[in-house]
Write a protein that binds this ligand. Sequence first.
Ligand code: GLY
Length: 367
Amino acid sequence: MIIQNVALGNRGYDIFIGNQIINSITDILHTLNPNQKSVVIITETNVADLYLKMLNDVLIEKGYEIHSLVLPSGESTKSLLFFEQVMRFCLQHNVERNHALIAFGGGVIGDLTGFVASTLRRGCRFIQIPTTLLSQVDSSVGGKTAINSLEGKNLIGTFYQPSAVIIDIQFLKSLSNRVYRSGYAEVIKYGLLGDKQFFDYLRHHNDLFLVRDTHFLMNIIAHCVKMKADIVSRDETEQGERALLNLGHTFGHAYEAETGYSDILHHGEAVAIGMVDAAEFSYRLNYLSLSDVSMVKKFLVEVGFNITIKDYASHISAEIILKHMMQDKKVSNNQMTLILLNNIGHAFINKNTDIQVLSDYLFNKIL
Ligand code: GLY
């Protein structure tokens, strides 16, 4: 087992990474509060069908009483409606401030449960047990919690750190190829934004990624988590460098918004295209070489990603993408902030991206 720490003083916590380490949950619960006798688990149907019994058995063996709430899977669960349902379930089962809730699932469950934990009795503890590659390398670490509203994605939320994160590789083995690959976009993102050696390591070990090699997964997840933990401990609330973690996301969110955050385009697939955009646009602005752009594209294709939005949705126009990007980001003086690259392994925050130049890029690319 590998343990990484997020150094945030009295809000700091450990992240446990390993294969078949789910049983460490009872030690963690005991350390947090030896008097907690019952546990509320928030999960979703797919995870519940495969793994809830396993988690329950571990807890029952140590004498915990369990109350689990199984929600529908999918992005629409991150809503005010389910926020109320989870909150009331916790209150009905007497979750106290010094109790830990358990978020058992992917990013949707983690974001929703974290948001509930941050407001339940003005804040109770919670433990993340992420079950997708995406949530293991990104959303379970760092304390961003959120739900969506009709007005947009993640508009209601808090920065609220978990008390522990348990990353168990065994859950990755049952993911569909598409969901597994989608999470890999976030892994590649870490290499692109801050570590060329890691990017090259990933490029040269695509075979291990494809066979879901346990040792490989454990190491790359630990590497991403370490990078994220370091960034978050320096910039918890995204006043500066944490924004680098959004590489590819402003373009990507626009594609997701236009495809309705649906199964047409998964988040990681949108991020993969968004990273290509960030690379191409960086080239357009003379920050990145053409050979680096080609290398990024070639690698993403080798992994199995489509790298143009037209492969997912043929109707998409440049106007609409620009409109979504301008909604997502504050625009002032006809300029917006974008994360760009000036090398593979080096992203930077470009605070004054000219909208006209961006628009020219999108029109030339998409039309
Ligand atoms: N997913 C980006 C962040 O946590 O900051």
